[in-house]
Design a protein around this ligand. Structure first.
Ligand code: SF4
Length: 344
């Protein structure tokens, strides 16, 4: 519930609305997981809340910690037994958590392990929030950046993702700056426009992955539905409305989209836009036949883009010694039916 919804809830219970502020702070500042911890509420009220409400929280089913850079990859179980992944990455600028927004995904991107079993269900805003809070509880460190880039297409679960961002931004709650939240979408034009019209103006990343429709269709079935021109127009609208520069994610797959000709096409496509291209050497996924390009090929791609005035970064691989790619930990868990094996 938002603070306003909580106030209504307490008023309906015949309680003073300030109780809502107390409970909001217990939930989103102290990140407690039970009503018993809320010691400034009377025992009677705590018992009433226990009967009427619940605080959903996630449990750690598996954890892998990189010896190289301290990246922590969590497999978290939900109250209905489903599992999702979240990742904590430690950078110089702070702690970034990559959250999932759905159990599985129905978008079918060919380089992605999350979509292999299709979608199971959407996550609620509370469940997405608890991915962040649970990691804070586990590490005792605060999370300064959030990327909605794990399993699932965030705009396929639009309302809950927007609610999640509002709760995360609340100045009386976790109070994370909108600039420190990035939503990554495979490109649903109507939802990008709707998101531009919300007052949440987070950072937006588009999974572009190809310089033309033909190549994009080979990698992303969603490209059959929405041509690039439509998706890019929606991104331009987002930039106009929010002033936020769009990041274009580009998963580099050897022999598919990573040669200099593709870079030149991409340069022409994005030329004149305030764009940052993030080149992501694709992760090897056992079920897929894709390989990452050599580092020389990536550097040549980056240089070719620079000639069109497009800035590109090459994503540093985090947690290379653990199952870092989105969806891989969950897949091996589902395959092996393994539980509780922690690797630290
Ligand atoms: S890359 Fe994202 S949108 Fe595409 S299938 Fe994977 S989780 Fe879904």
């Amino acid at each position: 519930m938002t603070k306003e919804e909580l106030r209504e809830f307490f008023t309906d219970l015949g309680e003073k609305p300030f109780r809502a502020d107390q409970v909001f702070s217990w939930l989103h500042v102290k990140k407690c997981t039970s009503f018993d911890e809320m010691t400034n509420l009377s025992k009677a009220l705590r018992e009433k809340l226990q009967d009427l409400a619940e605080i959903p929280h996630l449990e750690i089913a598996d954890l892998q910690v990189s010896r190289l850079d301290g990246t922590r990859k969590y497999l978290l179980s939900l109250s209905d037994g489903n599992v999702i992944e979240s990742v904590l990455m430690r950078y110089k600028f702070g702690n970034s958590v990559c959250v999932s927004s759905q159990v599985g995904c129905r978008m079918g991107c060919r380089f992605c392990a999350s979509t292999i079993g299709g979608i199971v269900r959407n996550l609620t805003a509370s469940e997405i929030l608890d991915e962040v809070y649970m990691i804070e509880r586990d590490t005792g460190e605060s999370v300064t950046h959030v990327v909605v880039m794990g399993s699932g297409e965030p705009f396929d679960n639009y309302d809950e993702v927007v609610r999640f961002i509002r709760l995360l931004n609340d100045p009386d709650g976790h109070n994370l700056s909108r600039r420190n939240v990035t939503v990554s979408t495979c490109g649903l034009p109507d939802r990008i426009r709707a998101f531009a019209d919300e007052d949440v103006s987070s950072e937006l990343a588009l999974s572009l992955h190809a310089p033309d429709d033909e190549t994009r269709k080979k990698l992303m079935p969603i490209a059959e539905k929405y041509p690039l021109s439509e998706v890019l127009e929606a991104c331009d609208y987002y930039f106009e409305k929010t002033g936020r520069r769009i990041t274009y994610e580009y998963a580099c797959v050897k022999d598919v989209n990573s040669d200099v000709r593709s870079a030149e096409k991409l340069g022409r496509l994005l030329h004149g836009r305030n764009a940052l291209v993030n080149l992501i050497p694709v992760n090897n996924v056992a079920e897929r036949n894709y390989e990452k390009p050599e580092s020389e090929a990536l550097a040549a791609f980056q240089n070719a883009l620079a000639k069109y005035g497009i800035n590109a970064t090459i994503r540093r691989e985090m947690g290379a010694d653990i199952q870092g790619a989105c969806g891989q930990l969950r897949r091996s868990f589902l395959k092996n039916g393994r539980k509780g094996a922690m690797t630290e």
